[in-house]
Design a protein around this ligand. Structure first.
Ligand code: AMP
Length: 355
């Protein structure tokens, strides 16, 4: 076990989006520095990072220099090329670890792993072509959802099959990418639990939040979720089981469906999560600081919720509401500093204390 990073140490973050930005701010509060690696120009995290490298993930020299300049590396999105991690890993430790990343990068690996832990997931089958899709429909049934195994986010890379007749169109939507067919889960609501584990094996979970999506994108998260106390405990226990099994270090988001039979795990995200933004105004230590604490080997903070909160994402034209929101004394605004407003683009969020 390594010692906790001292103040003044530098955390490398792969990815410079809003999650990276909020990680940088949290690290700065603890006297830690962040060096962000991001291929795109003017990333949201660039405004608040101690250092920024603008380079592609196949730029070996830039990756080496980045890794040499930091004490530990983490990431804010899961689709980092393996080749980049191979280079970094020779120089600096990466948290969460490679296994956590590999497991969550591929829906088939992820579902197989979760099922192996005895957790409930939607019925699923591997799909690579028309014949395997026919077999998958025979075993999983319809309605079902065909999802690309990799690179899906915010409902992208998905096609719904109401009946087996929808097979050809759904397969065409995958554009040749390997996929997984998932049985349609009839759920009452969607919740998520944000959990953290440090290298010492301590675990801290936030209260589960209730999520509502609009056009496939998270719209609101409300805490407390209106679920039975037993399900709250189930969510905490299953999250802890996942973190321990992966020897995970950092914050993870676990998305769950609530069904009459109990919780079904939809997916895991090996990073801070949009549905955990409420913690910024509902907890003493938010998910961003908790992640920084974990990867820096610090004691975890107290994740106890001290308020009822609703988080609302500000997407695209929602930015027109900012002047009004800025006048609302009950609204805690978090804007990402993105210059271009585009439909479907996450521009910020607002947390409201509701009790
Ligand atoms: P995902 O990208 O897998 O998180 O899916 C995006 C959204 O699609 C989820 O938040 C659910 O609302 C819905 N969804 C995904 N998978 C299923 C499923 N197997 N059954 C029912 N709804 C699903």
């Amino acid at each position: 076990m390594t010692d906790p990073l001292p103040t003044g140490a530098t955390i490398g973050i792969l990815g410079g989006g809003q999650l990276g930005r909020m990680l940088c701010v949290a690290a700065a509060r603890l006297g830690l520095r962040c060096h962000v690696f991001e291929p795109g120009a003017n990333p949201p995290a660039g405004d608040v990072a101690h250092a920024l490298t603008t380079a592609a993930y196949d730029n070996t020299d830039a990756l080496r220099a980045f890794a040499q300049s930091v004490d530990v590396v983490t990431y804010e999105f899961e689709n980092i090329p393996t080749s980049a991690l191979d280079i970094i890993e020779e120089i600096a430790p990466i948290h969460p670890n490679r296994r956590a990343l590999a497991t969550s990068q591929d829906r088939l690996t992820e579902k197989t792993f979760l099922q192996g832990l005895g957790l409930t997931v939607a019925p699923f089958a591997d799909v690579s072509d028309a014949a395997s899709l026919r077999d998958a429909i025979a075993s999983v049934g319809t309605p079902a959802i065909l999802k690309t195994r990799r690179f899906g986010y915010d409902g992208k890379g998905q096609a719904r099959l109401k009946t087996p007749q929808d097979a050809d169109a759904a397969l065409a939507d995958m554009a040749g990418a390997p996929a997984v067919l998932e049985g349609f889960v009839t759920f009452g609501k969607e919740i998520s639990i944000i959990a953290a584990r440090n290298p010492q094996g301590d675990i801290s979970c936030y209260d589960p939040g209730e999520n509502v999506h609009r056009d496939g994108i998270l719209d609101t998260t409300t805490v407390p979720a209106t679920i039975a106390p037993k399900l709250r405990t189930d969510a905490v226990l299953l999250a802890a089981q996942i973190l321990n099994a992966l020897e995970y270090v950092g914050v993870m988001g676990v998305e769950l469906f609530v069904t009459p039979q109990g919780l079904v795990v939809n997916e895991i995200a090996p990073r801070v999560h949009n549905s955990g933004h409420w913690t910024q105004n509902g907890c003493t230590v938010d998910q961003f600081e908790q992640h920084i604490r974990a990867v820096a080997g610090w004691p975890l903070g107290d994740g106890t919720r001290h308020a009822n909160v609703t988080m609302e994402n500000l997407i695209g034209d929602d930015m027109d509401r900012v002047p009004e929101l800025a006048r609302d004394p009950k609204a805690a605004l978090h804007l990402y500093g993105k210059a271009d407003v585009k439909p479907g683009r996450k521009m910020g969020h607002v947390n409201r204390i509701t009790g």
